[in-house]
Each structure stands twice: as structure tokens, then as C-alpha cells.
Design a protein around this ligand. Structure first.
Ligand code: 13P
Length: 253
């Protein structure tokens, strides 16, 4: 069983602020264990942050190319990330699906590219408000998962982290109830079990994302199939992020 709390800074922070954040996490990381800590940083800082990261902090990109090396101006590949010491990338985030052309096919290629390099693919899925109101949330999330994860070879699963992020909860202050989140996480665990068997499926960290903060983290992370979180706003300063981490039942320190 993996337990993970990952921050996603999105398009925030300048380089100096990113370094200050790491400084603010270093002491805490040295005195806590039991939960893997990751952060998704803007691309220009990745190599510097990865080489300076305190022990116990894994640096993620927020994107990766679906293509290999070649004439693809502006793209960066999974092996480039690996060569900089980056641990993996967040892929399929709803902000990229909605606004930057990340179709299911592209997300699948990005997951595959990361897995091929042995990097972590933090795969995001989640329904819109309209889809939830129509009762289609499981159908939508299942389709996203099937497109990019459920047909991977079984060993690839060691590189996959699933983040369930209902679109209506992202940055809105509106959190899924722990029961809504647990229901979806249990469904995701079930689909992983059907494809890969119970033992492999149990080993996958399924994270909740969407207005997760210090005041609601313990309730969410206390659910049977919620193994941690993918945190936006509350990951922007170390105090809030540590407050979220403190809600994880497996955290020791
Ligand atoms: P918020 O925590 O700001 O709602 O963002 C969640 C998210 O999108 C993380 O990827």
C-alpha cells in the first residue's frame, strides 16, 4: 500500500519562491515518515529543484510530451525529465483536458511515455458538475481510466498513481463529501482489481483532489480507499501543506 500526498503548484510561484517553499519543508520532511511527499512544479524550475530537493521530497512535472525526441518545439520528453532527476509527471489534469487539448489518446501516450522510463505517472480523472448531476460520474471516470490505465501491462502499474479530482471541486472551495469520494475511490479500486488482480490493485495509491485543505484532510484520508491527496491551493505554502499532511492516518513524526 502506498500513501502519497502530492502538491500541484499549477502556474504559480517564481523560482525564488519555489526554493523558499522547499526550505520551509526540509525540517518537516526530516522529522516525518509514512507518507510519500511529492510536488508538481513549473517546468523551468524542475532540474534545479530536483537537484536541490531535501530528502523525502519528490519533484514532479505537470506535463510531459506524448511524442518522442524530434522536431516538436516546446515539448519535453519523459527521458529528459528522468535525466534531470524528476520523479514523474501529473498527466490528464482536467485543466489540461479542458483547455490544452489533452485528449484521452494523448493522456494515454503520456502515461505510456512515463511508464516506459520507470517514472511515476500521476494520472488524473474526474467528472464535471454537469456529468455528476446527470448521475454519469462513474461512467465518465471509468472511460478515462480505461483509455489510459486499465489496459497497461500489469507491471506498469507500479509506476501509476491515480488521482480522482471531481472538476466541480477543483479550486472552488467545494469539496466532495468523504462518502462521495470514497464511493468513487472504491469504484476505481474495483476497476483496477478487474484488470490487474487484487494484490496489484491494492498497491496503487488512489489520491483525492479538489479543495482538500487542513480542515478536511483527515476526514477524507480516513476513508478506506483514499490513500492521500493531490493538493492545489493548500500546497502553495508549507504551513497549509503540512496541515494537510497531518491529516494522513499513516503519517508518523
Ligand atoms: P485545489 O486543491 O486548489 O482545489 O486544486 C486541486 C487540484 O487541481 C490539484 O491538482
Amino acid at each position: 500500500m502506498r500513501n502519497i500526498v502530492a502538491g500541484n503548484w499549477k502556474s504559480n510561484k517564481l523560482m525564488g519562491e519555489a526554493q523558499e517553499w522547499m526550505d520551509g519543508m526540509a525540517g518537516w520532511l526530516a522529522s516525518h515518515e509514512g507518507v510519500e511527499v511529492m510536488v508538481g512544479a513549473p517546468a523551468p524550475y524542475l532540474a534545479t529543484l530536483a537537484s536541490a530537493a531535501p530528502d523525502g521530497l519528490h519533484i514532479l512535472a505537470q506535463n510531459v510530451s506524448a511524442e518522442g525526441h524530434g522536431a516538436h518545439t516546446g515539448e519535453f520528453t519523459a527521458d529528459m525529465l528522468k535525466s534531470c532527476g524528476v520523479a514523474g509527471a501529473i498527466v490528464g489534469h482536467s485543466e489540461r483536458r479542458a483547455r490544452f487539448g489533452d485528449t484521452d489518446d494523448k493522456v494515454k501516450a503520456k502515461v505510456q511515455a512515463l511508464v516506459d522510463e520507470g517514472l511515476q505517472a500521476v494520472f488524473c480523472c474526474g467528472e464535471t458538475l454537469e456529468e455528476r448531476e446527470a448521475g454519469r460520474q462513474e461512467e465518465v471516470v471509468h472511460a478515462q481510466l480505461k483509455a489510459a490505465v486499465l489496459e497497461l501491462p500489469v507491471d506498469a502499474l507500479d509506476c501509476v498513481v491515480v488521482a480522482y479530482e471531481p472538476v466541480w471541486a477543483i479550486g472552488t472551495g467545494k469539496t466532495a463529501t468523504s462518502a462521495q469520494a470514497q464511493d468513487m475511490h472504491a469504484a476505481i479500486r474495483g476497476w483496477l482489481t478487474e484488470s490487474f488482480g487484487a494484490e496489484k490493485a491494492e498497491g496503487v495509491a488512489i489520491l483525492y483532489g479538489g479543495s482538500c485543505k487542513p480542515s478536511n484532510a483527515a476526514e477524507l484520508f480516513g476513508q478506506a480507499d483514499i490513500n492521500g491527496g493531490l493538493i492545489g491551493g493548500a500546497a502553495l505554502n508549507p504551513t497549509d501543506f503540512q496541515g494537510v499532511l497531518a491529516g494522513h492516518p499513516e503519517l508518523k513524526g
